[in-house]
Design a protein around this ligand. Structure first.
Ligand SMILES: [Zn+2]
Length: 169
C-alpha cells in the first residue's frame, strides 16, 4: 500500500527516530508499504520518517525494483566505518525538485537488522555508500539540506517557502 511522502519542513523529518524493539506484522506492513512507496515515487531509498513513522527503519534499492536481490531493508542501522570522500549531486523525495552537491564518504560499512531481526553487515561504495548515509541521516532527523553550506541551504529553503506560500508544495 502506498503511503503519502512527508515533505520538508515536517517535524517528523527533523526528529531522532526511535529504535525498533518489536518485530511483528505491523513492522512487516510498514516495510512493505515503504518499498511500494519508494518504487512508485520512484526513488532509490526511503526512511520511515518520510512516511510519517518515527522509527529507525529504511529501505534502499539502487535498481528501483528492476533487479531482484537489490532491495535492502535496514532496521536499527548503525555505521561501523566510513572511508574517503565523494562529491555528487543528491536529492530527496521529501525535498522534491531540489538537488545539491553533497559531500559523503566514498565507502561506508553499516550494521543493521533485517525485518526478522537478523543482523547483517552491508558494505557500500559509490552510490550505495551515498544512499546508506542519506537514509541513516533521516533516522537522526537530518536532511541533505543540513549538510549544505549555509548560503546554499538558505537559497533552497527560501524557494521552498515561496512554493508553500503559492500552495505549490
Ligand atoms: Zn531523503
Amino acid at each position: 500500500m502506498l503511503r503519502p511522502i512527508v515533505r520538508y519542513p515536517a517535524a517528523v523529518l527533523q526528529t531522532q527516530a526511535a529504535v525498533v524493539t518489536t518485530f511483528d506484522a505491523e513492522l512487516d506492513r510498514l516495510i512493505d508499504d515503504m518499498v511500494d512507496t519508494m518504487y512508485a515515487a520512484p526513488g532509490i531509498g526511503l526512511a520511515a520518517p518520510q512516511v510519517g513513522v518515527s522509527l529507525r527503519v529504511c529501505v534502499i534499492d539502487l535498481s528501483v525494483g528492476r533487479r531482484g536481490g537489490d532491495l535492502l531493508v535496514l532496521v536499527n542501522p548503525e555505521v561501523v566505518s566510513r572511508e574517503g570522500l565523494q562529491l555528487e549531486e543528491e536529492g530527496c523525495l521529501s525535498v522534491p525538485g531540489f538537488d545539491a552537491t553533497v559531500v559523503r564518504p566514498a565507502k561506508t560499512v553499516v550494521k543493521a537488522l533485517d525485518r526478522k531481526g537478523t543482523e547483517r553487515t552491508i558494505e557500500g561504495t559509490g552510490l550505495l555508500a551515498r544512499a546508506l548515509q542519506h537514509e541513516l541521516d533521516h533516522l537522526d532527523g537530518a536532511l541533505f539540506l543540513d549538510r549544505l553550506r549555509g548560503i546554499k541551504r538558505d537559497l533552497i529553503v527560501r524557494k521552498i517557502r515561496k512554493r508553500q506560500r503559492e500552495g505549490a508544495w
